[in-house]
Design a protein around this ligand. Structure first.
Ligand SMILES: NC(=O)c1ccc[n+]([C@@H]2O[C@H](COP(=O)([O-])OP(=O)(O)OC[C@H]3O[C@@H](n4cnc5c(N)ncnc54)[C@H](O)[C@@H]3O)[C@@H](O)[C@H]2O)c1
Length: 327
C-alpha cells in the first residue's frame, strides 16, 4: 500500500508516517518545512519538498502513485495567529486546500483523509461533543477547517472523492520507539509546555483561568495519543468504501489543566513551576469528544488513553531531545 501524506514532517503527520512504515506501507511526504522538521522525515520515506499550494509540486508527488489515499495534515494551526492575520489562514489553509483537492481529483485519488479540529465547535454546550454538535467556530483557524470540510463534501458530491474529516481534540504524546515527538515552534500545547517548565527550560507556566465551572476551576480538555490518532487514520480507509465520513477523535475523558500539571509532576518527579492567570478570550471550559461513532463504525478505540501514559511518552522524548529536532 502506498500513501501520500502532506505535512508528514510535522507532529501528527510524522507519527502517521511512522505507523504506515511500521505496518510495511510506503509513503510519499509533501512538506515545505514551514513548521515541520527534516529529522522528522524517517529514513526510507520519499520526500517531495514543496508547497501544497503549488500544482507542479503536487503533480510531481502524485506521479509516484497510484495512492491508496491522501492524508492532508499540512496547515497553519495557531489560533492566536489566525485572529491577527485571518487572510493568511484563508490563503494557506483554504486556498491551498482547494488546489490540493483539485489536484487529487484530477490525479485519480479516491480517498482523502483530512486533519480537522475540535475548534470547529467553538464554545459548545455541556457534555461530550458528538458529530452532530453545531459547527460554530470562534476562530479563523476553526473557520478555515470548516471551509475545507465543506469543500471536501462538494468534491464528494461532484467528483465522487471519498473524504474523511477527522476532528482531533488535543493531540499529545510521542512515538513509543523514541523516533519522533512534539516540537512546535512556538509551542502552544499544554503538555510540552509543562514538561519544559518542569525541566527548567522555560519560565513558569501560566494557567489561564481558575474560575471556570469545572471541579478545580481550570479548563478541561481531551488528550489523545498521536499513535491512537494514526491508528484511526488507517482504520477509516476501509470505512470510506461505504462513503464519506466525519469523526470526532478523543478519548472521551477530560483532564483539567491542574490535573495535567500533576501528571507531569508524577511522571517526571519534579514540580511544574506555574502561576495562575486570568482567562483568555474564547477558551471554552470543557472540550471532550464523543468518539462513539468512529468506535461503532470502525472498531477504533484509544489504546493509550491514560493521561500518565501519554505524558510519560512525551516526557521520554523531550528528555532525550531537550532541544527538539535539529534546527
Ligand atoms: N496538534 C494538535 O493537537 C491538532 C489538533 C487538531 C487539529 N490539528 C491539525 O492537524 C494537522 C497537523 O498538526 P500538527 O500539530 O502536526 O502541525 P505541524 O505544524 O507540526 O505540522 C504541519 C506540517 O505541515 C507542513 N506545512 C504547512 N503548510 C504547508 C504547505 N503550504 N505546504 C507544504 N507543507 C506545509 C509543515 O511544515 C509541517 O510539517 C494540522 O492540520 C492541524 O490543524 C492538530
Amino acid at each position: 500500500m502506498r500513501y501520500l501524506v502532506t505535512g508528514g514532517a510535522g507532529y501528527v503527520g510524522s507519527h502517521l508516517v511512522a505507523e504506515i512504515r511500521d505496518r510495511g506501507g510506503e509513503v510519499v511526504v509533501v512538506d515545505n518545512f514551514v513548521t515541520g522538521h527534516r529529522d522528522a522525515v524517517l529514513p526510507g520515506v520519499r520526500l517531495v519538498e514543496g508547497d501544497v499550494g503549488d500544482a507542479a509540486t503536487l503533480q510531481a508527488a502524485l506521479a509516484f502513485g497510484p495512492f491508496e489515499a491522501v492524508f492532508h495534515f499540512a496547515a497553519r494551526s495557531l489560533v492566536g495567529e489566525s485572529m491577527r492575520d485571518p487572510m493568511l489562514y484563508f490563503r494557506e489553509n483554504v486556498g491551498k486546500g482547494a488546489i490540493l483537492i483539485d489536484s487529487c481529483v484530477r490525479g485519480g485519488v479516491r480517498k482523502f483523509v483530512f486533519s480537522s479540529t475540535a475548534a470547529l465547535f467553538g464554545v459548545p454546550g455541556e457534555g461530550p461533543i458528538g458529530e452532530t454538535a453545531p459547527i460554530a467556530p470562534v476562530s479563523v483557524y476553526g473557520e478555515s477547517k470548516a471551509m475545507i470540510e465543506r469543500m471536501l463534501a462538494w468534491a464528494g458530491r461532484v467528483h465522487g472523492l471519498r473524504g474523511a474529516c477527522l476532528r482531533y481534540f488535543n493531540a499529545a504524546g510521542a512515538d513509543a520507539a523514541g523516533r519522533l515527538g512534539e516540537d512546535h515552534r512556538p509551542e502552544t500545547h499544554l503538555i510540552p509546555l509543562a514538561i519544559d517548565a518542569a525541566l527548567g527550560r522555560r519560565p513558569p507556566l501560566e494557567v489561564f483561568g481558575t474560575d471556570f465551572p469545572t471541579p478545580d476551576g481550570t479548563c478541561i480538555r481531551d488528550y489523545i495519543h498521536v499513535a491512537d490518532l494514526a491508528d484511526a487514520h488507517l482504520r477509516v480507509l476501509t470505512r470510506l468504501d461505504a462513503g464519506s465520513v466525519a469523526y470526532n477523535l478523543g478519548t472521551g475523558r477530560g483532564h483539567s489543566v491542574l490535573e495535567v500539571l500533576r501528571a507531569v509532576e508524577a511522571v517526571g518527579g519534579r514540580a511544574v513551576p506555574h502561576c495562575l492567570a486570568g482567562r483568555r478570550a474564547g477558551d471554552p471550559a470543557n472540550l471532550v469528544a464523543s468518539s462513539a461513532r468512529i468506535a461503532a463504525e470502525t472498531g477504533w478505540a484509544p489504546r493509550r488513553a491514560a493521561l500518565e501514559a501519554i505524558v510519560a511518552s512525551a516526557w521520554a522524548w523531550r528528555v532525550a531531545h531537550p532541544d527538539g529536532f535539529a534546527a
